[in-house]
Write a protein that binds this ligand. Structure first.
Ligand code: MSP
Length: 655
């Protein structure tokens, strides 16, 4: 029986049109859903809209229409966009659906009967922008975020949820099942909210109804109250879930709504699944843990400069701009460039650079070269490998570990690491082509077996990439799959059945271009120059002090040149040093570099670098090094090789 895998996006507020933030979350879920299907799971992917609340009521009255008219008008913005982007959600739930409203009212009544909901007087602060009741401590947090939260004082009769009674079980959930919040550092924030510095007794009951607003689900039997929008919206995960798929395996959210998902939501569920005789001050029963979401996957924000992209700030990247280069390009970029849990600054510059480097040059170029060589040298038939020397075996090893490593990282929701690793293999293959020079091998019959091996390995690696990356770039991987002469759909393959070394079932087809190189200037003009302004990085590395001023002539004494790495191997007994042969236009140099902890030799071959060419030779572990490669680095982290663009040729001066 395949594992059931229920996955959700947040339910989006309909007072805003979709932007990069919503698009990111939904793409992330789509990638996971597709990936899980290829893992063999039986997936149910739910998304939808959160349509009640004060904000909607307010916007509708400003527009002079009913809230229902407003939500009916705008909810399709989301669903249509997801359809246009080819997303694979199984159901789109709306909190104004009758089935949803019925479920929420039923749950409310049950909790009232159990004593987990009671009526009392609420007096305190309410954040309109967050649709949340807030304590004094939270007010300070909100003010520190500086995102313009509107606060009002409320005094009204309200129904309360007995949140404080669930403190003990919540703490056990966090301590015994730390996988409940991914990444783990976000769990600490949740713990801190429930029990600041480990101290108990801070969790207050939660007001879950309002009498002063009308756009919401009425409290059954006491209709002047409407339900608190979060009590309502969180239950859409349940009302939208198909029978047999509960509980969610992953609920993907942004960090701003973590508290609702990791504190209120499990507490509501604990109360709902609690049975007579379960002691709230005792152990959290396993039976109840099994009904809670397995993991709340929490991502960071896309920022413009240092500020969150949001409607109220007007610094929006809309899907239209983001999708300018195609759906797959946006998907690849959003997953590759964001490390789950952290924030990331968005610039169109960075976006286009990533696409050019990884999709046009990286995968696209490798695929078209490989397929055209198979046509040119073997009439389109993929040969079986015939002869293995050390370099071939290195590449064989690189391909063999690429799959398991990719899948392991995806399992940990480390999308950026998984893609980085896979593209590391592609770079290794580029180097393999440079080093083995198939065009020279083809000149002599005696090298035929070696050429077979090179072509077969390139083909295998591309076939592997078409399957592994298919959840991320379904269209592009399908094109590649077909160009490789493979039948059916890449997306229908199962990872477990991947036979990396299987022979090709038939000849390759014509190589269809995968991704056209972007001309940045014209793309910026097309998109509209406004967003193209590069913004400062959001990350703050440990930046070294500025060095003392030097004059231009002194600077010019250093001979900096473009070089291309032709060969690379580790220096025996050193985990840091790599010995390289580097073409610097004038000659081929031996250079020993201390970059072995950051780079694998196979990744280096074929890379363009900047060489300090007039440095006096120096012996490192007995090998004479004739130059140095320029790297960027802060005070602590790894070296980052400086890479000139690919069209700068070996020997060009850097000045
Ligand atoms: N309606 C609630 C969710 C209810 S779930 C039961 C809500 N809606 S939202 O439309 O405001 O936001 C939905 C998601 O978009 C959140 O996960 C939020 O983090 C994400 N993003 C909104 N702006 C974002 C960025 N700039 N960057 C990344 N994601 C952010 O909250």
């Amino acid at each position: 029986m395949p594992q059931k895998f229920f996955i959700t996006t947040p339910m989006y507020y309909v007072n805003d049109k979709p932007h990069i933030g919503h698009t990111y979350t939904t793409i992330l879920v789509d990638v996971i859903a597709r990936h899980r299907r290829m893992m063999g799971d039986d997936v149910f992917f739910l998304t939808g809209t959160d349509e009640h609340g004060q904000k909607i009521g307010k916007v509708a009255s400003e527009l002079g229409i009913t809230p229902q008219q407003l939500v009916d008008d705008v909810a399709p913005n989301f669903e249509n966009l997801w359809k246009k982007m080819g997303l694979t959600h199984d159901y789109f739930v709306r909190t104004t659906h009758k089935t949803h409203k019925d479920l929420v009212q039923k749950r409310f009544k049950e909790l009232l009967a159990k004593g987990d909901i009671y009526k009392a007087e609420y007096e305190g602060l309410y954040s309109v922008s967050d649709e949340a009741f807030v304590t004094e401590m939270q007010v300070k947090e909100l003010q520190a975020q500086g995102l313009g939260h509107t606060l009002t004082t409320l005094k009204e009769e309200s129904y309360f949820f007995r949140l404080s009674a669930y403190e003990n079980w919540l703490i056990q959930l966090f301590d015994r099942y730390p996988e409940f919040v991914v990444p783990e550092f976000r769990l600490n924030e949740v713990k801190q909210f429930v029990a600041p510095n480990g101290e108990r007794g801070h969790l207050q009951d939660l007001s879950i109804s309002r009498t002063s607003i009308s756009w919401g689900i009425p409290v059954p039997g006491d209709e002047k109250h409407v339900m608190y929008v979060w009590f309502d919206a969180l239950h859409s995960y349940m009302s939208g879930c198909k029978d047999g798929y509960w509980p969610p395996k992953a609920q993907v959210i942004g960090k701003d709504i973590l508290r609702f998902h990791a504190v209120y939501w499990p507490a509501f569920l604990m109360a709902e699944f609690r049975e007579e005789g379960d002691a709230l001050d005792g152990e959290l029963p396993d039976r109840i843990r099994k009904q809670l979401p397995h993991a709340v996957l929490t991502h960071g924000w896309w920022l413009m400069g240092d500020t969150k992209i949001s409607k109220s700030l007007g610094n929006i990247v809309r899907p239209k701009e983001l999708l300018h280069f195609g759906n797959d390009a946006a998907r690849y970029f959003l997953l590759r460039d964001m490390q789950i849990g952290h924030d990331r600054s968005f610039t169109f510059e960075g976006y286009m650079e990533r696409l050019n480097a990884d999709l046009a040059n990286g995968l696209g170029n490798l695929a078209s070269r490989t397929i055209s060589m198979i046509h040119r040298y073997r009439g389109g038939s993929v040969p079986a490998p015939a002869k293995w020397d050390d370099a071939d075996n290195d590449i064989k090893g690189l391909i063999a570990k690429a799959g398991p490593e990719y899948l392991e990282k995806m399992e940990q929701y480390n999308f950026s690491g998984a893609l980085d690793g896979l593209w590391g293999m592609l770079r290794g293959l580029d180097g393999y082509i440079v080093k083995s020079e198939p065009w020279n091998l083809a000149k002599s019959e005696s090298n035929s077996a070696k050429l077979d091996t090179v072509l077969a390995q390139l083909y295998r690696a591309l076939r592997l990439t078409a399957v592994l990356a298919s959840p991320v770039m379904p269209e592009m991987c399908q094109t590649l799959w077909e160009s490789l002469g493979l039948q059916g759909r890449a997306a229908d393959q199962k990872f477990a059945k991947l036979a990396v070394e299987a022979p090709a079932p038939g000849p390759v087809k014509e190589a269809k271009p995968l991704f056209a190189r972007i001309d940045k200037d014209s793309a910026i003009a097309e998109i509209g120059a406004q967003q193209a302004v590069p913004t400062a990085s959001a990350q703050k590395p440990d930046v070294p002090e500025l060095r003392e001023t030097t004059d231009y002539d002194t600077f010019c004494k250093t001979d900096l040149r473009v070089g291309k790495i032709l060969e690379a191997e580790r220096v025996p007994k050193s985990d840091k040093l790599i010995k390289m042969k580097v073409d610097i236009g004038l000659e081929i140099r031996t250079i020993v570099g201390g970059i072995g902890k950051a780079y694998e030799p196979a990744q280096l071959v074929g890379k363009s670098v900047v060489v300090v060419a007039n440095l006096a030779p120096r012996k490192l572990m007995g090998i004479e090094s004739h130059g140095m490669l320029l790297c960027a680095s802060d005070n602590n982290s790894k070296p980052y090789l400086i890479a000139p663009t690919d069209d700068a040729l070996p020997g060009f001066l850097v000045k």
